[in-house]
Design a binder for this molecule. Structure first.
Ligand SMILES: Nc1ncnc2c1ncn2[C@@H]1O[C@H](COP(=O)(O)OP(=O)(O)OP(=O)(O)O)[C@@H](O)[C@H]1O
Length: 300
């Protein structure tokens, strides 16, 4: 395992913000770090980046301390941290130099990225003159200009219009294609699902899920059977005590993973004639809600 967090702990006074968590990640994998507000994600990341000291535990990269001294790390923080009065190009060069680049190289890369993200026109503007979305592009550039091998992205697409969101998503896809190791924090479950092959869920400082996304889905007790029919099967499903939702001609039934549903399908088809049938794994959204303690039936 290339990246390891082992028995990591952090308290603030009486508050246990991170409780003995261990996470493993192979190089080139994308980990979605999930948890409700206050779960301990930012605290974990801050310890990784040595911004705050850990109480105990270790964080390792290829067997050595996970530290800027041993690998290049890129970080896009949730609270954006740019210098408002500094001009965009100088700002990016400054961050590049902080990460060990020489000025010429940082300038070359900065110009390349500004062109790629279609904000070259803003190179000489003060950062505060840019829209929120364009400032976020600048922030992303400062996080990856030094070509880091490990990248932490905290809510990278929040507050972006769809065109800019797609542009930054393409950058993340390129990073994934380049086999960067990435930790991706987001409350947008569909984004986590589309980018990450591994997930961990924190709750009140505890790690309650940590596995491959596919394994997490398979460990969920339910699946969903989607049926399409022009006939009204609502009464039948009520009678059979299925939990389901209906949208026009489509019905979505929550069935235990163990249920032998072929017979159900056959029975419904004979009575009502089905136009479509599909078996779906639960979405990450559903798993998240169930595992972090909310009533899944209320949300279903
Ligand atoms: N500097 C601090 N002093 C005191 N308590 C803190 C400090 N930083 C975090 N906490 C507490 O630790 C807990 C974990 O907070 P953390 O910011 O890590 O959560 P999070 O999962 O990142 O939440 P969010 O999704 O809202 O960013 C919370 O109860 C928070 O109030």
């Amino acid at each position: 395992m290339t990246f390891k967090i082992e028995n990591l702990n952090k308290s603030f006074g009486n508050k246990k913000a991170v409780n003995n968590i261990s996470i493993r990640l192979e190089e080139g994998q994308i980990l979605g770090m999930l948890g409700r507000n206050g779960a301990g994600k930012t605290t974990t990341i801050r310890m990784m980046l040595e911004l705050i000291p850990k109480d105990s535990g270790q964080i390792l990269w290829r067997g050595k301390p996970f530290s800027k001294k041993n690998l290049k790390i890129g970080y896009l923080p949730e609270e954006r941290g740019l210098y408002a009065k500094m001009n965009v190009l100088d700002q990016i060069i400054y961050f590049g130099m902080l990460e060990g680049m020489d000025k010429k190289e940082a300038k070359r890369e900065a110009i390349k990225w500004l062109e790629k993200l279609e904000i070259s026109y803003a190179a000489k503007k003060r950062t505060e003159q840019l829209s929120k979305g364009n400032q976020q592009k600048v922030q992303l550039i400062t996080a990856i200009i030094h070509d880091p091998e490990f990248i932490i992205l905290d809510e990278p697409f929040s507050g972006l219009d769809p065109v800019n969101a797609d542009m930054l998503k393409n950058v993340v896809k390129e990073l994934i294609a380049k086999k960067k190791t990435i930790i991706f924090c987001s409350h947008q479950m569909d984004q986590v699902e589309s980018f990450c092959n591994q997930i961990c869920i924190l709750k009140d400082g505890n790690l309650i899920v940590s596995d491959q996304l596919s394994a997490v889905k398979k460990s969920y007790d339910y699946r969903y059977l989607e049926l399409e029919t022009t006939n009204n099967i609502k009464d039948y499903l009520d009678h059979k005590q299925y939990t389901f939702t209906q949208e026009n001609n489509r019905y979505k039934l929550r069935i235990p993973r163990s249920e032998r549903f072929y017979q159900t399908i056959q029975e419904i088809d004979e009575k009502f004639e089905l136009q479509g049938v599909a078996l779906k794994e639960p979405s990450l959204h559903e798993i998240f809600i169930e595992r972090t303690g909310d009533d899944v039936n209320a949300k279903f």
